[in-house]
Design a protein around this ligand. Structure first.
Ligand code: HEM
Length: 401
């Protein structure tokens, strides 16, 4: 990917008038009465990080253990796998404490989430890859953190690792002993902790940083909304029928996922209504373009187009526009394709209704949509966790340069 020199970044920023669109979020006012902790306090999640995991990560960096831990992690992939040997004792001890479901996890709801995701995974993959993947590039703190960390230099590999998380969560065996999700989530949590320790040493990242260290509990929630709350809304918009139990199961899977990522219970929303209140306060007011985000979008779109080979760039761009809205798409400079736009807008909801068996009307462009959905699903499937596929690993340094 093209490197972003400071001069170039400044000139693109000036052209886009970025300074004028970057907004400051208002003071945090969501009460944890709406959280799974149910305590009525107002604590700013953007000032809370993950101290225990961050300390472990600091020690791993200090004693040079990252490469050996990554080697040890190769064989540690399934929920039932014993913790691997070859890791420092303090890491093993930390993982022993966190590599398990919380006491409040509800096995029945988790099992229901596996069934739900099996039914919906192709739509979820569309929403989460093209929609949330690109939306993440207009979340300024996330775009900058991703760009300036090691993974930012190889977005294809980084996107593959991130899709591993989505694939493992939406797998029909996500929470079972043979599933992968609990391990993937714990690895991700430690990646974030290592990144918190590393990025503060990156002069380029710190130039625009507005927090003492990145990836606070609040930032993780922002990403959660950009993925899960947006997917929930898309399912509704596309006319997909969800029972009350399925909605609860979807939320619960994410509640446990957030816990495994180190988010405190006082911030984890207890209902979809509370999730929407949070998203209205923490996600939508802060979306805006950054030079780093624009650069990441280009790399991500290239990756997605490879996977949906055979579909025109115009179609993929318009699918992104459909998912993230024209305002964000314009910021990212996505070109228009009015023919694809017309087709998608008119036929995608009909396509979903037809494939869900809710309507007998065969939509225009059915083969195009089938090909698209299959391409996106394959992209996720190819990145499911297995010892031979893109493993989640700890970075040992920032992006060079
Ligand atoms: C790494 C998922 C929130 C920044 C990762 C990885 C996954 C992941 C699976 C490991 C794969 C990889 O190395 O790319 C998630 C999920 C989130 C979340 C599910 C919330 C629900 C965030 C936020 C930020 C962030 C809020 C920044 C503000 C990063 C960075 C990396 C990373 C910089 C490391 C990339 C590297 O290896 O250099 N994340 N993430 N993430 N994440 Fe997140």
């Amino acid at each position: 990917m093209e490197d972003l020199t400071r001069r170039r970044a400044l000139s693109i920023g000036a052209i886009l008038g970025l300074a004028s669109v970057t907004s400051t979020p208002s003071a945090w006012s969501w009460s944890s009465a709406g959280s799974i902790a149910g305590t009525d306090t107002v604590t700013d999640p953007f000032q809370v990080w993950d101290p225990d995991a961050d300390d472990v990560a600091a020690r791993l960096l200090a004693d040079g253990s990252i490469p050996s831990v990554n080697r040890a992690w190769d064989s540690w992939v399934r929920n039932k796998d014993a913790l691997p040997s070859g890791m420092p004792g303090y890491l093993t001890e930390y993982l022993r404490g966190v590599n398990q479901l919380p006491s409040w996890a509800d096995p029945e709801l988790l099992a229901a989430s596996e069934k739900l995701y099996k039914r919906l995974n192709s739509y979820l993959f569309v929403s989460e890859s093209l929609g949330s993947g690109i939306l993440s590039t207009v979340i300024p703190r996330e775009a900058r953190a991703v760009y300036w960390s090691a993974g930012g230099a190889n977005m294809k590999d980084r996107a593959a690792k991130t899709f591993t998380f989505g694939y493992d969560l939406h797998s029909p065996t996500a929470w079972q002993p043979s599933g992968y999700f609990i391990v993937s989530a714990n690895k991700t949590r430690l990646v974030h902790s290592v990144v918190r320790n590393l990025l503060v040493t990156s002069p380029r990242f710190m130039e625009t940083a507005d927090q003492p260290k990145p990836i606070s509990n609040g930032d993780i929630l922002v990403t959660f909304h950009s993925v899960a709350t947006v997917a929930y809304d898309n399912m509704k918009k596309w006319g997909i029928k969800l029972s009350a139990k399925e909605e609860a199961a979807d939320l619960h899977a994410w509640q446990v996922a957030l816990h495994l990522l180190g988010v405190q219970r006082q911030f984890i929303p207890a209902s979809w209504a509370e999730a929407h209140k949070q998203a209205d306060q923490m996600l939508w007011p802060i979306v805006s373009p950054t030079v780093e985000g624009i650069s990441l979008t280009k790399a991500l779109l290239g990756y997605i187009e490879d996977a949906t080979l055979g579909l025109t760039t115009g179609f993929v761009n318009e699918m992104v526009r459909y998912l993230i809205g024209d305002k964000c798409a314009d910021w990212l400079g996505l070109p228009r394709d009015w023919v694809s736009r017309g087709l998608i807008q008119a036929a995608w909801p009909t396509y979903v209704a037809f494939r869900e068996g809710l309507s007998p009307i065969v939509p225009d462009g059915i083969y195009l949509f089938d090909q698209f959905v299959r391409g996106v699903a394959m992209m996720f499937l190819n990145n499911g966790t297995s010892p031979t596929q893109t493993p989640i690993t700890l970075p040992a340094a920032n992006r060079p340069g």
